[in-house]
Design a protein around this ligand. Structure first.
Ligand SMILES: Nc1ncnc2c1ncn2[C@@H]1O[C@H](COP(=O)(O)OP(=O)(O)O)[C@@H](O)[C@H]1O
Ligand SMILES: CCCC(=O)OP(=O)(O)O
Length: 361
């Protein structure tokens, strides 16, 4: 049986799509959205029509008939805590993503666009390994302030896909390994996968800074700035997410550009670059304690993992913990599609999204 699956991954500056016949990729395309174009919209939600039309146009240009699709899968957005794996998109999920997402993020449109296209075709729309996959242990959930639990928002899709791939490539099962995955992209999150469960993470506001995010910052100074009267809520959010990290020091989010500056003798660029790898290594060290140091491998993935300067700087600080495996880039479209193929082949079951039964275990 051949299933044709459309995968949709909306990101901050692009909407990536791919079409697969089972595991065979028929089409992959990144629809770029210029900053000027996106500036026309006040909210991510307002970009829905434009991004949906973009997806439909690419399908038409590539002669992919809509009624040839078996299922559609979108990158799962900023929902309340959910389980790993597939969820069927339903009205309840859409209502949450439109009106009350945990955070404004382009990925919130993944489910919304998928659902809209699927409704007219009479097929199912899914999300897979949402950003809000939460398998934290009870002890990992406390923050240090009563009533302010930690949130588990991470690059779960790529991180789990890489961990599962690492296990397969090494003839092991995912659930028999302890793996630390560092997703190194525009945002950086780290996760520890203990016997097939992502039991703890270092999120993008708890650990290393990244090209556009601040990571952990001194709380007292942050509070002072929030209440200085000089910044709105939106501006403060932008300081930690969008204009933080490398951008705040060097005015770019492109690590290749930073490395060019270093090669041209820019000492500040060298310091910032080194500080980021230092913080990533510290985060990895922190997660190793979760499994009492019994780590089978440390996986470095995401766009930044293409930089050997970055990966070697991290390696020298963490290889005392375990082997370091570099798996650059991200495979999110493939991970989405393969997940749903397993659902269609009845190897996995899709959960139904109900706010009243959202999981914490
Ligand atoms: N060959 C490379 N060397 C160094 N950095 C790279 C390379 N390729 C991509 N990057 C960096 O990876 C980051 C984007 O990573 P990516 O995983 O594509 O992130 P996202 O999907 O979050 O935008 C950017 O900072 C980019 O400069
Ligand atoms: C950490 C939540 C997911 C996220 O922020 O994704 P991007 O880095 O792709 O924006």
């Amino acid at each position: 049986m051949i299933y044709r699956i459309l995968a949709i991954n909306p990101g901050s500056t692009s909407t990536k799509i791919a079409v697969y016949d089972n595991e065979k990729q028929l089409l992959v395309k990144s629809i770029e959205h210029k900053v000027k174009e996106l500036e026309k919209y006040d909210t991510v939600q307002e970009q829905f029509e434009m991004r949906k039309e973009g997806v439909l146009k690419v399908l038409k240009e590539n002669d992919i008939e809509l009624d040839s699709l078996s299922a559609i899968v979108g990158r799962g957005g900023l929902l309340p805590p959910v389980k790993s794996g597939a969820y069927l998109v339903n009205d309840e999920m859409i209502e949450r993503l439109i009106n009350r997402p945990v955070l404004e993020h382009a990925s919130n449109l993944g489910a919304i666009i998928s659902y809209e296209i699927s409704k007219n075709l009479g097929i199912n729309a899914y999300i897979y390994d949402s950003v809000s996959v939460d398998e934290l242990t009870d002890v990992a959930r406390l923050s240090g302030v009563n009533g302010m639990d930690r949130e588990c928002l991470s690059h779960a899709l790529n991180s789990r896909a890489m961990a599962i791939k690492y296990a397969k490539d090494n003839n092991k099962r995912y659930d028999e390994l302890n793996l630390i995955v560092a997703h190194l992209g525009g945002g950086i999150t780290l996760s520890i996968h203990e016997n097939g469960k992502m039991v703890d993470i270092v999120s993008d506001d708890e650990g290393p800074f990244s090209p556009d995010r601040s990571g952990k910052v001194p709380c007292k100074k942050l509070i002072d700035r929030c209440f200085s009267g000089n910044y709105t809520h939106k501006e403060m959010l932008k300081i930690i997410r969008g204009n933080g990290g490398i951008y705040s020091y060097l005015g770019t989010v492109d690590v290749r550009e930073v490395e060019k500056m270093i090669n041209e003798g820019n000492k500040n660029a060298k310091l910032v670059h080194e500080a980021m790898t230092y913080q990533i290594a510290k985060g990895i060290g922190e997660l190793a304690t979760v499994v009492l140091g019994k780590v089978d491998a440390i996986i470095l993935t995401g766009g930044i993992a293409y930089s050997s300067l970055i990966t070697e700087n991290i390696r020298k600080r963490v290889e005392f913990i375990s082997d370091v495996c570099v798996m650059p880039g991200e495979n999110e479209l493939e991970a989405l599609s393969k997940g749903i193929l397993r659902v269609l082949n009845k190897e996995e079951e899709a959960s139904v999204y109900r706010e009243s039964i959202l999981t914490k275990s």
